[in-house]
Design a protein around this ligand. Structure first.
Ligand SMILES: [Fe+2]
Ligand SMILES: [Fe+2]
Length: 450
């Protein structure tokens, strides 16, 4: 860089202030420059004289003999000076402002010479070609990079025309015959989000606008692993549902359960109102499936080995317990007082138990009682409620609540059975519902751990 600074300026001849014009002309001829500085070594510069004004004065004949350099020197103002270390943009800007006026270089305010336009032009040209080379290198690098990255990537215009794409993106685009119109839909976000390749690979499509450019970056990310996992989960879910269907006593129960909706809501503590945020059309059916899964989990952990806990009684009660439920007709966005909008829970429990009795007169008493009192707290139970049913009643009410959280709030639930005690951790996307509890199905003790 130091060399560049030196190259920017040309040293100028200097004459003392009392030099006559012939001396000044001589200096100019000798130096082959067209400007001479007026001043003395070590003193402030007084100004400059250019060759045109020397010719003008000399043409005046005898008059010019009395004139000294200081008389005709043009004062060098601050705006005529530029620091030698100034960056190229500043120098070019100042030359533009000055037109063809001389621009002097200075170091710490002292004139050191005059700016060299050919050198500045050469420097500008060099910088420009360096920048161009850098751009070319970056483009080559990007070309190489996009071909090795493990996902499809394409740069498209806002009109959907592909400008650049790596091999994988080109393959996905051609295999799926994605034309400009479809590409515009991808950009707008109203396009299928997952694309399947001929080889069975799933790609998620994402569009992001490149800041400061009129282009959009389209990425095709391989989500086959997540998809396979999702499919496996779906299969498991289907298996559970098939197993559940087999358990159903008849199709009326299935149809009834699938017709009872469940609502997702947000509770406003200050008003006591809830706002409906979603409707799960077959909510009750899902609720039953989730309860059965919790029962299966407890069974696996040995809870059904306890005297008083019966898998078949619980499974039957689970399947049938909510068939008497009647939900209000609400839509997303409705704000209601839950105490007014929803029927009191014990009513559907009574209704359900009665319907079951009418449908299946040989229904087990334990199943009947569990259904009838599934919304009764222990203290509200009738005196003749058999004590031996209490462990199952406690467990039933526990998994009924947990399943509601899973079904309506997407909660994650984990249960750990330890003898007669069950430790439960519930995590919800709505933190106030998070809890950690431990209940004892024999004693009914309930401990809130968090
Ligand atoms: Fe219920
Ligand atoms: Fe329920």
């Amino acid at each position: 860089m130091e060399d560049n600074f030196k190259g920017r300026r040309i040293s100028l001849p200097t004459v003392p202030p009392d030099a006559d014009l012939r001396e000044v002309a001589g200096k100019l001829l000798e130096s082959e420059k067209n400007v001479v500085i007026v001043g003395r070594e070590g003193e402030d510069v007084q100004g400059y004289i250019d060759s045109k004004s020397i010719i003008k004065w000399l043409l005046m004949g005898d008059e010019s003999a009395k004139v000294k350099a200081r008389d005709v020197a043009v004062l060098i103002k601050d705006e005529d000076k530029i620091e030698l270390s100034a960056d190229i943009e500043e120098i070019v800007g100042r030359i533009g402002e000055h037109g063809d006026m001389p621009l002097f270089t200075s170091e710490g305010g002292n004139i050191t010479g005059r700016i060299s336009l050919p050198q500045i032009l050469a420097e500008v040209t060099r910088i420009q070609s360096e920048e161009k080379q850098k751009r070319i290198n970056i483009e080559c690098f990007i070309d190489m990079l996009i071909d090795v990255i493990p996902f499809g990537i394409a740069v498209v215009s806002e009109e959907g025309e592909v400008q650049k794409a790596n091999e994988l993106a080109r393959k996905i685009i051609s295999e799926n015959s994605i034309d400009d119109e479809e590409m515009r839909a991808i950009i707008k976000g109203d396009y299928r989000k997952i694309i399947k390749s001929k080889l069975g690979t799933y790609y998620k499509v994402e569009a992001s606008f490149l800041r400061g450019a009129n282009f959009v970056l389209i990425a095709f990310v391989d989500v086959s692993a997540e998809y396979a996992l999702m499919e496996r989960l779906q299969e498991t879910q289907n298996e559970v549902e098939t197993a559940f269907l087999v358990m159903l006593p008849d199709q009326r129960i299935e149809a009834r359960l699938k017709s009872i909706v469940e609502y997702m809501d947000e509770y406003d503590e200050s008003t006591g109102m809830i706002k409906i945020t979603g409707i799960i059309e077959d909510g009750c059916y899902r609720h039953i499936v989730n309860m059965l899964k919790l029962l299966a989990d407890a069974l696996k952990q040995g809870l059904m080995e306890l005297p008083g806990m019966e898998k078949n009684t619980l499974a039957q009660a689970i399947v049938l317990h909510d068939i008497g439920k009647v939900q209000p007709n609400l839509k997303v966005g409705d704000k209601v007082n839950p105490k007014e909008a929803f029927e009191k829970s014990f009513l559907h429990a009574y209704r359900g138990a009665s319907l079951i009795k009418a449908l299946y007169d040989d229904i087990d008493d334990k199943v009947y009682l569990l259904i009838k009192y599934h919304h009764h707290q222990e203290t509200e139970l009738p005196d003749d409620f058999p004590d031996y049913l209490l462990p199952m009643h406690r467990f039933f009410r526990l998994i009924d609540g947990l399943s509601a959280g899973i079904t309506r709030r997407g909660s994650r639930v984990s249960m750990k059975v330890n003898g007669t005690r069950i430790y439960v951790k519930e995590e919800s996307s709505f933190p106030p519902y998070n809890r950690e509890i431990e209940i004892d199905v024999y004693t009914g003790s309930f401990v809130s751990l968090k």
